[in-house]
Ligand binder design. Sequence first.
Ligand code: ADP
Length: 517
Amino acid sequence: MSELRRRLPARPLALALLALALTTLVMLAFRARLDKAHVALIYLLVVLGGSAAGGRVLGIALGVSAFLLFNVFFLPPYNTLSLADPLDWLVLFTFLVTSVVAAELLDRLRRNAMLAEARASELDRLATLGAETLNAARADQALSAIADVIRQTVGVEQCELFIWDSDEGELRRIAASRAAGDETSTGMESTELLKYVASTRRSAIEREDGTIHVVGDSESDSPPTTSRSGTAFAIALAARGQTVGALRISARAPFAFSPDQSRVLSALAYYAALAIYRLRLERAEETTESLRRADRLKDALLASVSHDLRTPLTTIKGIAHEIFDQGQPRAAVIEEEADRLSSLVDGLLEMSQLDAGVLQVEPAFNTVDDLIGAALRRAETVLRDHPIETDIAEEEMIAGRFDFSHSLRIVVNLLENAAKYSPARTPIAIGAECRDGEIRISISDRGPGVPPSERDRIFEPFYRAPGATPDVRGAGLGLSIARRLAEAQGGSLEINERQGGGSTFVLALPAAEAPKT
Ligand code: ADP
């Protein structure tokens, strides 16, 4: 009964009955002058008007009423349902069929028009949203707009959007529709609901009793068409093949989606996924930019601190030297420490210059003999406990195009390390060869060697191998500077395992033809 009342809206029904009654009264007044066709057409007009205004059920109800009125008042014998002429049944039957079919057709047209209107406004909304998403200065503004549109479209109280933080393995609320109130914010079960959909890329619904039900059988089923109702509904948001977040719709009273709502929700969810994807990109870019800025700041700071430290160190060294000369042997320790500090400061300065790309490199024609000779003289003191074995092809001069002072710095560093990290009296071998357009200078020692897992790391700034001889002092800058100096000249610096124990460092630099004289 209540179903019929819902289908037969009171106002159009009253109006239609009134129109039918009036039409009947007017036609009764002129009954003698009207023929059957007039009556049928006038009644048909009322039926069509009724079904256009009130829908199919009203149209059919009017058709049946008009059928009865036609029979009783306009077909003889009057005021009875019986008919004098059996052919009049044909007239009546044709009238009834025409009314019903017309009501049906009109209703179909009306519904199609309503659907088209709904689609048009849906399209309109999507287009506006698309434009808003694209035009929003920031992706988070676009997200709030999307949450609002979803809430309105689906007709729920709350729509929240969450971003998937892959570092923390968590979902964080990033936007909510404007009607958001604290009372609808994520509860415990909802967190579970969200985590569930994000990890499985499925859609799920939360019932009033807090139980969670998966909607659809596979990933492709999200977002949902569901006949189930619940108080919260969540969909995983994915863009470009990765889960970027989740969407949660909630209401105080249980709700379900119609297929149409579900279709729109699907499109809107995709917009939300794209906006979150964009937000993640923006954030990654911001992090990179702030890292870059911090890096530039560090370089500038390093350069200025190194400069400022140099002067007092030179003064300290001078004073310590004077005190030593005046017969205070302990002042030698101060001098040594000042030397160590100033080499650390030099290293830092060199590092920052390399980072900033302002270190001057002047490649020129140089021979390996000259380079090794100069390095041996420079490292003479540290090498005094180690016999030196050289293996340099003597018959032909090995030459390259490299910056002499930078390369000297590298070879001296390698020799100092070889002496530092190998037991006294063990030999240090120096080799040189020219191969494949490169000169390769090798420095080998009989020290502990460097395990394969550490071989890349010893070239990182400030890295000292865990097993590094504890009484050997060092800042861990030497090798990283050496490698970068080698690379700045178009060369390389590698470490190899040495047959029979120890390590071999190989410095490669571009070879050069001897200039024609
Ligand atoms: P430092 O010698 O000041 O610690 P380096 O950058 O020159 O810094 O070297 C980095 C690390 O590499 C050293 O701490 C040491 O553990 C390892 N290393 C360098 N040269 C050798 C070598 N010849 N033999 C063994 N280990 C070495």
